[in-house]
Design a binder for this molecule. Structure first.
Ligand SMILES: C[S@@+](CC[C@H](N)C(=O)[O-])C[C@H]1O[C@@H](n2cnc3c(N)ncnc32)[C@H](O)[C@@H]1O
Ligand code: SF4
Length: 456
């Protein structure tokens, strides 16, 4: 990472614009509406041998003003239990088609999976083991909000096989926590991490966000120091996605409390430098990991993958998402479940997969997907490998993308040679902007209504 921040600042102004995070290509806004439930059935039938399962658990106790997730604030236990009934029906429908394919990864995301009661965690965990064949060495991970978690929750998670935890921290500073409506004492976070380790969790990730209201370089430095004392195996450092047109509750944040764009970049560079100085490796975009971590090994071996949960080590795995709003990516088909509970329930009541939108990838989508994923994971494109894989001539096929990249190239972000396209150290800060040059959908998406958060 370059330490010459001064050099980066003018580029920040120039390149800060709305853009996707590329957890998939094409990205979800490109999905077509009124997609048929049969698409899920057909794609599941054609799925490969290895499956990754994602379960969306949307409920949360209280509203964090910054939240960009698909969540529902509810403490109505009957409502939550009803959701689990429907989710179990979707599990049964899905398992009928998947049969005994090998489930190599399970992830619970949200919302807040730990807003379930310990008994509900056991119930859902047991249903998953009953209806799917979970591989012995499967990666089983969960997102945890420490604020309302008890030791029973963690024990229940461990008992149904969880070994990886992603802990939402965001920021430790009290002023920031007040401004985002998320009071989370450091001692509570430490206690939960301790329980996880005692209960046999072998990987702890911590989520932080930079660009939150009231954050300053000084306050964030203290947060980083405190967070490093938790000795996480991985760190996610998310750029605050401020999208009030999509998430109106973000208007509860006082806009004048948000750090200026320069300050925001400094928050990111300070954090990055701190993590590197403490021995963490840069994985890509917003992720860091200890050197022995599987993500670091995959990064070094060039086998890193990117999916809806960020970065992953599992190649060639079909992703099946269950629950409200969950996305599946099976072979060349994307399908997304209903984003509202009434529609999700209505479809399941009819015995249909609760799909509302999706996309069948074209040959062009597949080529661009590979290019964008390699950029995000390897920070370079091996043009020769792409040519062989898709029987194209990279420089001809992507001539307009390379033209669009010209400005980034002259600003020192990428080096284009006949055999490779290399992202420079400086260019790592602008990964999304570089990937956007290869995105065929973007023009249509950004010229209609705002969809994406700012890249920087
Ligand atoms: C589903 S939440 C994690 C679990 C739990 N709900 C919690 O908040 O602790 C996933 C992560 O997304 C990140 N996140 C949520 N809203 C965001 C936003 N607007 N911009 C950037 N990151 C965001 C947070 O770091 C959060 O920990
Ligand atoms: S950040 Fe997490 S806990 Fe807060 S509202 Fe969003 S999903 Fe819920």
């Amino acid at each position: 990472m370059p330490n010459n921040i001064v050099e980066l600042l003018p580029l920040l102004q120039k390149y800060s614009k709305p853009g996707p995070r590329y957890t998939s290509y094409p990205t979800a806004p490109a999905f077509k509406k009124n997609y048929s439930s049969d698409a899920r059935l057909l794609s599941l039938e054609r799925a490969g041998e290895d499956i990754s399962l994602y379960f969306h658990l949307p409920f949360c106790d209280t509203l964090c003003y910054f939240c960009g997730c698909t969540m529902l604030i509810s403490n109505n236990r009957d409502r939550i239990a009803e959701y689990l009934d429907y989710l179990e029906q979707e599990i049964k429908m899905t398992s009928t088609v998947i049969g005994d394919r090998n489930v190599v990864q399970v992830h619970w995301g949200g919302g807040t999976p730990t807003h379930l009661l310990p008994s509900e965690i056991r119930r859902l965990g047991e249903a998953i083991h009953k209806y799917f064949r979970i591989a012995k060495n499967a990666e089983i991970s969960v997102e945890i909000d420490p604020r309302e978690v008890t030791r029973d929750h963690i024990q229940a998670l461990a008992d149904v096989g969880f070994r990886r935890a992603s802990i939402g921290v965001q920021d430790i500073d009290e002023k920031v926590q007040k401004a985002i409506n998320r009071l989370q004492p450091e001692s509570v976070t430490r206690q939960v991490i301790d329980w996880c380790r005692r209960c046999g969790f072998d990987s702890i990730n911590i989520d932080l966000i930079y660009g939150l209201p009231m954050q300053t370089r000084e306050s964030f430095k203290k947060t980083l120091e405190r967070v490093l004392l938790f000795e996480p195996d991985r760190l996610a450092l998310y750029n605050f996605a401020y999208v009030p047109w999509l998430k109106p509750h973000q208007k509860l944040i006082h806009i004048e409390d948000l750090p200026e764009s320069q300050e925001k970049l400094l928050l990111f560079t300070d954090a990055t430098n701190t993590f590197l100085e403490h021995g963490y490796e840069y994985i890509g975009m917003d992720h860091f990991a200890k050197p022995g971590d599987e993500l670091s090994k995959a990064r070094a071996a060039g086998t890193l993958q990117r999916n809806f949960q960020g970065y992953s080590t599992l190649a060639g795995c079909d992703l099946v998402g269950l629950g409200m709003s969950a996305i599946s990516h099976i072979g060349t088909t994307f399908t997304q479940n209903a984003k509202s509970l009434p529609t999700y329930y209505e479809k399941i009541d009819k015995g249909q997969f609760p799909v509302v939108s999706g996309l069948e990838m074209t040959a062009d989508d597949r080529i661009r997907e590979e290019v964008i994923m390699r950029l995000m994971c390897d920070l370079k494109i091996d043009k020769v490998a792409i040519n062989q894989l898709f029987d194209i001539d990279f420089d001809v096929y992507f001539s307009s993308s390379l033209d669009a990249l010209g400005e980034l190239e002259s600003d020192g972000m990428v080096i284009d040679t006949p055999a490779t396209l290399l992202i420079t150290e400086k260019g790592r800060y602008f990964l999304r902007n570089i990937a956007m040059c290869f995105d065929a959908y973007l023009k249509a998406a950004v010229t209609t209504i705002p969809v994406f958060s700012k890249t920087l």
